[in-house]
Design a protein around this ligand. Structure first.
Ligand SMILES: Nc1nc2c(c(=O)[nH]1)N[C@H]1C(S)=C(S)[C@@H](COP(=O)(O)O)O[C@H]1N2
Ligand SMILES: [Mo]
Length: 314
């Protein structure tokens, strides 16, 4: 009984925090406008680059993770397998200019400057839950645009059944690529209907600022209903294909990292039960959170997997 009461108190507190956050965003944006119009040019640098970006749909009803935690606890094997190291190791990475090569089953293929892609896709903020397969989770206010909007600009043909994404390969800078931790370059993929789902997102920023290098600058994928390893960083290539792409973690250990990788508390990973998650930044006294099927986005995405055995297609 006591436990039940406690969890209902927690829920109301969580909702209040979410409302508080949205209010704060509006107040902050209003403050940004009035300050910018009153102060001389030098003061503009004080305003965060993406402070005015409007908040889009699907905001998570959970407290947002502190930006310091999200920036300094990263998985980026191109630099290091240690979560705190990439913050410094990624600094030499040149993220501008940046081009993305589009290949395969599409009419509009070739090289695209990131600048042009950003011009063609209005930015919005998406406050999403994020769940790593290692059983920790966070809530991140991403800045970016729907993946579908960009993919449609490349005019995929009817043969495009999958989309493959590739990270930069440059072992001189990405020093982790000198080790064989993964088969480089990092590759991820989605079925075309997953890629076109309105929740699938391309992030160029977070916490109102440009994406930090260690979080995948200048452009990364965010697929909030799937384990974090699907959300590939520093994308240089997009390929539309008729067949399922071979993805980096799946090639490494197919029995551990499936192509679908939908968050699912009922399908344990060999080394991690997936039933609960540690909330990044929470005190050691905070109980672990119950993991939700599709990371809480079931209402939006479950229909993509109708008739599929999620234990088989994990
Ligand atoms: N290119 C690349 N993308 C990657 C990874 C990586 O090592 N290399 N790690 C993945 C994993 S396992 C997770 S959990 C998320 C972590 O994102 P974050 O470091 O911004 O929290 O990035 C994913 N994208
Ligand atoms: Mo992860």
């Amino acid at each position: 009984m006591l436990i039940k009461e406690q969890s209902s108190i927690l829920n109301s507190e969580i909702t209040d925090k979410a409302i508080f956050l949205n209010r704060r965003k509006i107040i902050k944006a209003a403050a940004g406008i009035s300050l910018a119009s009153l102060l001389p040019g030098s003061a503009h640098a004080q305003t965060k680059k993406y402070a005015q970006v409007p908040t889009g749909p699907y905001s998570a009803n959970l407290p947002v993770t502190s930006s310091e935690d999200a920036k300094n606890y990263t998985n980026y094997y191109e630099f290091s397998t240690h979560k705190k190291d990439s913050t410094i190791l990624a600094r030499p990475l040149q993220t501008s200019p940046w081009a993305i090569k589009v290949e395969g089953e599409a009419e509009n293929t070739g090289n695209f400057n990131l600048e042009d892609i950003l011009k063609n896709n209005p930015l919005e903020e998406r406050i999403y839950r994020f769940r790593c397969v290692e059983a920790w989770s966070m809530v991140v206010p991403w800045i970016g645009f729907p993946l579908a909007a960009m993919l449609q600009q490349f005019k995929p043909t009817s043969k495009a059944k999958f989309v493959e994404f590739t990270t930069l390969y440059n072992p001189e800078v990405m020093v982790g690529q000198k080790s064989q931790s993964l088969d480089w370059p990092y590759v991820e993929g989605l079925r075309i209907d997953e890629a076109m789902h309105p929740l699938a997102f391309m992030a160029a920023g977070m916490y109102d600022e440009e994406l930090p290098k260690q979080n995948g600058a200048p452009l990364r994928l965010v697929v909030p209903w799937k384990y974090g390893f699907k959300s590939i960083k520093a994308i240089v290539k997009i390929r539309f294909s008729e067949t399922m792409p071979a993805t980096a973690w799946n090639k490494m250990a197919a029995g551990e990292y499936g192509f679908y990788a939908n968050v699912n508390p009922n399908v344990p990973h060999p080394r991690w039960s997936q039933s609960r998650e540690r909330i990044l930044g929470a005190s050691i006294f905070t109980p672990k959170r119950k993991t939700e099927l599709f990371n809480g986005y079931g209402e939006q995405v479950a229909s993509l997997y109708t008739g599929m055995d999620l234990k088989k297609y994990f």
